[in-house]
Design a protein around this ligand. Structure first.
Ligand code: SAH
Length: 370
């Protein structure tokens, strides 16, 4: 079977009950091949691809398809439709945060942010995360599972549908580590970038990673024109390993070499994320070290005011402007990220965590509790 045939087994995995196609994760080529198997002409694949990206909640809505085909698709295919479990709208800036419930009961978050240059949607790529960064709420319970491409795409489609707002930019900065779910994330990028779908240009997409170096090299080889953000958060191994366990195996020097290669291969300058933590990574010495790391490489530093996560001893830094000025005195461009949705738990993984904790008190859900 090709990858997209998910098999459901009966008791104890003995009998094959039904083959279910994850149709929304299919590329146009795969959809054509699948419809050929059903004896359908190529143009049907294009029609269906367009419907899937509109989005629809049942095959019956695909009004230009013959009834028999709609019935056959409903028998064979799974159509992912996330449900709004919670929705919070910021009174400060109109940022919307969605907590979606997936078919298996797991929940993930999506944030819609409004900027002057258009609407940006921040999507999740995993249920939970295995990377263990100490300041991040998403990783507290570990990773439950990877999302399928269809489930990442749904976050864009259903955010547009529910909010009535068109999305022009996508950032992969929600729950999860995109390069730890490489195949499905790439598939998502292909789908969302396709002219017959919602057609968001690669230059309007950012992908953020904690720095998985082999995967950064692999991504560089594909030469996509997206913006790569690297979560650096500290210029020295001691501090970075303390904040981000992933650093222990790699180290700052090898990460920076990889970033340099990425720039040389793709011609795209990297954006470095730096969450400012009081007394941990915000000293003048660390600003000097950071500037030295970036020497000879056209990068950009994005200073993020730390979002306080419940039960964490880490506090937001009060030295962001001084740190920024120090970087600029070395000729490094640095911006301070504007804080949106401060009143609605809009930071990575916060709403899911709160939801799980509240549900833990009232009932036992399917999702794991961090
Ligand atoms: N796993 C990816 C993408 C998800 S997080 C990554 O590590 O890059 C998106 C960004 O938000 C990352 O830079 C992450 O380090 C940062 N972040 C996570 N928790 C934060 C918090 N409490 N305050 C500020 N930034 C945070």
């Amino acid at each position: 079977y090709p990858w997209y045939r998910r098999l459901f087994y009966g008791q104890a995995g003995k009998t094959e009950v039904k083959a279910v196609q994850d149709i929304k994760s299919m590329t146009p080529e795969e959809l054509r091949a699948y419809l050929k198997e059903l004896g359908q002409p190529d143009f049907r694949a294009k029609q269906i691809f367009r419907w899937l990206h509109k989005p629809v909640t049942s095959f019956d809505e695909m009004s230009n398809l013959p009834k028999k085909l709609r019935f056959q698709l409903a028998q064979e295919c799974f159509l992912s439709v996330p449900q709004v479990e919670r929705k919070q709208v910021s009174v400060l800036d109109g940022t919307i945060k969605y907590l979606w419930r997936l078919e298996d009961g797991n929940c993930i978050e999506t944030v819609l942010m409004r900027y002057q240059h258009g609407n940006t949607v921040c999507v999740s790529c995993q249920v939970g995360c295995n990377m263990g960064c100490v300041f991040c709420a998403s990783t507290r319970g570990g990773k439950v599972r990877d999302l399928k491409a269809s489930e990442i795409l749904d976050q864009v489609l259903f955010t547009q549908l529910d909010s009535g707002e068109a999305v022009s930019n996508i950032v992969m900065m929600g729950i999860g580590e995109p390069l730890d779910n490489f195949e499905q994330v790439l598939r998502f990028l292909t789908l969302v970038n396709h002219p017959d779908g919602i057609h968001i240009g690669m230059r309007h997409i950012s992908l953020s990673t904690c720095g998985l170096i082999e995967k950064i090299d692999k991504l560089a080889g594909l030469g996509l024109q997206l913006t790569l953000s690297v979560s650096l958060h500290a210029p020295d191994d001691e501090t970075r390993s303390r904040l981000m366990p992933v650093n222990r195996a790699v180290g700052v020097d090898r990460l920076m070499e990889t970033c340099r290669r990425y720039f040389e291969t793709t011609g795209r300058r990297i954006s470095y994320e730096y969450a400012m933590v009081d007394g941990v990574n915000d000293s003048d010495r660390q600003a000097d070290l950071l500037a030295a790391l970036l020497k000879g490489q056209p990068g950009h530093v994005n200073l993020i005011p730390l979002n306080h996560v419940a039960e964490s001893p880490l506090k937001p830094s009060k030295r962001i402007r001084q740190f920024q000025q120090r970087l600029e005195s070395h000729g490094v461009t640095a911006t301070v990220r504007r804080k949106l949705g401060g009143d609605i738990d809009a930071s990575c993984g916060q709403l899911r965590r709160k939801h799980l904790q509240e549900r833990e008190k009232t009932q036992s859900g399917k999702d794991t509790i961090p």
